[in-house]
Write a protein of this length. Structure first.
Length: 311
C-alpha cells in the first residue's frame, strides 16, 4: 500500500461467473425483444393448417368407408344366393298364385333383398276379394305371402248387385253366380250410400245382425231379402212365397218368437201352407194384436187371423 487509495480487486472466479449470467440474461431479453411480431401469428396459422389437414383426412376416410359399405351392400343384394326361388303362397278360392304374381309384379329370379314387401302386400290387397295380406322374406331365397280373403255374406242392391262382407262393406260387383243363394239387402239407394257411406254401412251391419238373430233358431224358412227403411226399421221377405215380416226396430228376439207361433198356426190351418202367408206386422207397439195378412186362394178370401196373433 502506497499511501494512495487502493482499489481492491474483489472479483474472484465466482464473481465473474455471476456477472456472465447477468449478461446472458440481458442478451436473452434483448433477443426476445428482437423477435418479429408476426411469428406467433405464423405459428397459429400453422397449427390451424394441421387441424384442417386432419379434418380433410378424416372426411376422406369416412367417405371411403361409406363407399366400401355401399359396395358391399350392393354385392350382397345382387348375390345369387339371395335370388328369389320359392314363393310360399296358399291359393285362396278367388286368387291363384299366377294372378297373385301378376298383381305383385314379382317373379322367380328377382333379388329377394331388393323386393319391397310392403309394396307387394299393397298391390295384392288391391284385389277385391282380399281382406288383408302380409308379405315377408324367409332368407336366403323365399318370399312368404299370407292372404286373408273376404267372405260374402249377402248382396246389396246399389244400382246393381254388390257383394257385402261381414263388416257391412260392399266390395265387389256381383255376378249372378256369386249372388246366387245370398240374401239381398234393399232400401238404400246408391246416391245415399255415396253421400253417407259410414251411416249406410252401419245400417247394413244392423241388417246382418237381424238376419243372424233370425237364423239363430234352426227350422225357420230361408230369407231372400232384407229391406232397410231408415225411418221405420227392417223387414224380412221369405224366400219361399215372399211373405213380408215387418220387424221395425229393437226387441227382435221377442218379435221373432211371436213369428214362430204365428207361422206354426198358419201352417196348421191354411191349405196353402207357407205360400198363403202374405204379411206379418210385428212392428206395432208391444201389447197390441199382431195383424197377419193371408193371400187369397181360389174363391176363398184371406182374413187376418187376429186370434192367432195375440201377444
Amino acid at each position: 500500500m502506497n499511501g494512495g487509495s487502493a482499489v481492491l480487486d474483489v472479483e474472484g472466479p465466482h464473481s465473474r461467473l455471476f456477472r456472465r449470467r447477468r449478461v446472458n440474461r440481458r442478451i436473452q431479453a434483448q433477443s426476445r425483444a428482437a423477435e418479429p411480431r408476426t411469428l406467433p401469428f405464423r405459428r397459429a396459422l400453422l397449427r390451424s393448417g394441421w387441424a384442417l389437414v386432419k379434418v380433410v383426412v378424416f372426411v376422406a376416410a369416412l367417405a371411403g368407408s361409406g363407399w366400401g359399405v355401399g359396395r358391399g351392400i350392393r354385392h350382397v343384394v345382387n348375390s345369387p344366393r339371395f335370388q328369389l326361388r320359392t314363393i310360399d303362397f296358399s291359393p285362396t278360392p278367388h286368387l291363384g298364385q299366377s294372378e297373385m304374381l301378376a298383381l305383385a309384379g314379382i317373379a322367380p329370379g328377382d333379388r329377394l333383398l331388393g323386393i319391397d314387401t310392403d309394396d307387394v302386400a299393397a298391390k295384392i290387397a288391391a284385389h277385391p276379394w282380399v281382406a288383408s295380406v302380409r308379405a315377408s322374406r324367409r332368407l336366403p331365397a323365399a318370399l312368404v305371402v299370407e292372404v286373408t280373403e273376404r267372405r260374402a255374406v249377402a248382396a246389396v242392391a246399389l244400382a246393381g248387385l254388390y257383394l257385402l262382407d261381414e263388416s257391412g262393406r260392399p266390395f265387389k260387383r256381383a255376378t249372378m253366380e256369386e249372388a246366387d243363394g245370398l240374401p239381398v239387402l234393399t232400401g238404400i239407394e246408391r246416391e245415399r250410400y255415396v253421400e253417407m257411406r259410414d251411416v249406410s254401412e252401419a245400417a247394413f251391419r244392423d241388417a246382418l245382425g237381424v238376419l243372424g238373430e233370425y237364423r239363430s233358431r234352426p227350422g225357420r224358412p230361408p230369407v231372400g231379402e232384407i229391406n232397410i227403411e231408415p225411418g221405420f226399421g227392417y223387414s224380412l221377405f221369405l224366400l219361399e212365397g215372399g211373405a213380408e215380416i215387418r220387424l221395425g226396430r229393437r226387441t227382435y228376439s221377442k218379435k221373432l218368437a211371436q213369428f214362430d207361433r204365428i207361422l206354426e198356426a198358419v201352417l196348421a190351418r191354411q191349405k196353402g201352407g207357407l205360400s198363403s202367408l202374405r204379411m206379418v206386422h210385428l212392428d206395432l207397439p208391444e201389447g197390441e194384436r199382431v195383424p197377419v195378412l193371408l193371400r187369397e186362394t181360389g174363391a176363398e178370401k184371406s182374413a187376418a187371423p187376429a186370434q192367432l196373433a195375440k201377444n
